[in-house]
Design a protein around this ligand. Structure first.
Ligand code: EPU
Length: 264
């Protein structure tokens, strides 16, 4: 869902650097997009330039590290890790995103987050050069990082493959059992408030199945808002507002968005 936008697919990191420099110098709004799995665009579309990372998906393995460009799909990286005998990325299984998006949001599951296995992240700094930032300066926290607030473009990251291992089949089976995967959604809509589960709160507020137009709170997992087909972004936003208000009224707990809403 969304609307019209100008999309630029950078063919190399150098081209991306040039375009970012151009946008910065001309004060043109620009938004770096991976697979868009956690992003809700406006029905008006986007007035600036969307910089797609789809063609920046290269990677190489060096010892027990994988160094990959930001547009590399997580599924590809999991397969590369397997080919090198590691199940260290399996906790990312089923997340339909790119490395850059996952790093920005510190994607993960209850047991693990990508920030834990990051060694460094390459970004386009203010001078327009690629600089590598060590993990300790990335401010990884629950579904957050310094990149989420700074919006500095990520170009690559180095991941360790020699940490804890995970069971891909078990995790995918758990996802299938607990999450609604048959309809499009942006995954979990809200972050879990400290000590609570957003899904459980929305469920206990009686909102499972609640609809605005073609947007619906999942009957299976209440933190997922589904597009039943042709839902508008405005319908999703209306449903988000209703869920927040009802949960606050019922439990006095504010829900914070996990998905990113990008205005036109
Ligand atoms: N629950 C309900 N009703 C619901 C949904 C959940 O009562 O409608 C209860 C469950 O029974 C369980 C508790 O809430 O007791 C927690 O639910 P679940 O185990 O499904 O985990 P979650 O906290 O809702 C988190 C992440 C997911 C990740 C899973 C698995 C967040 C917001 N969500 O879900 O991440 O896949 O754990 O590790 O942190 C995402 O970030 O987009 C995402 C889907």
């Amino acid at each position: 869902m969304g609307g019209p936008a100008t999309v630029f697919r950078a063919a190399s990191i150098d081209v991306l650097r040039e375009v970012v420099a151009f946008c910065r110098s001309k004060e043109i709004d620009h938004y770096i997009l991976g697979k868009g799995s956690n992003v809700l665009f406006s029905d008006r579309g986007y007035a600036g330039v969307i910089l797609s990372m789809a063609d920046l998906a290269g990677y190489r393995v060096s010892g027990t590290r994988i160094i990959a460009e930001a547009g590399a799909p997580l599924g590809t990286l999991i397969a590369v890790a397997h080919a090198h005998g590691s199940h260290g990325l399996d906790f990312l299984a089923g997340i339909p995103g790119t490395l850059g998006g996952a790093v920005t949001l510190n994607a993960g599951i209850t047991e693990a987050e990508i920030g834990e296995i990051i060694e460094n992240v390459g970004v386009i700094d203010i001078a327009g050069d690629v600089t590598h930032i060590g993990r300790d300066r990335c401010e990884f926290a629950y579904r957050s990082s310094s990149f989420l607030t700074s919006r500095i473009p990520i170009v690559d990251a180095c991941l360790r493959l020699d940490g804890s291992e995970y069971d891909l089949r078990r995790l995918l089976a758990l996802r299938r059992a607990t999450q609604p995967l048959a309809f499009p959604s942006a995954g979990c809509t809200f972050k879990n408030p400290p000590g609570f589960s957003a899904g459980e709160l929305i469920d206990r507020a009686g909102l499972k199945g609640f609809r605005v137009g073609m947007a619906k709170v999942s009957d299976k997992h209440a933190n997922f808002i589904l597009n039943l087909g042709g839902a508008t972004s405005a319908e999703i936003r209306k449903l988000i507002d209703i869920v927040r208000q009802k949960v606050y009224k019922s439990f006095r707990i504010p829900l914070e968005l996990e998905i990113e809403v990008v205005d036109g």
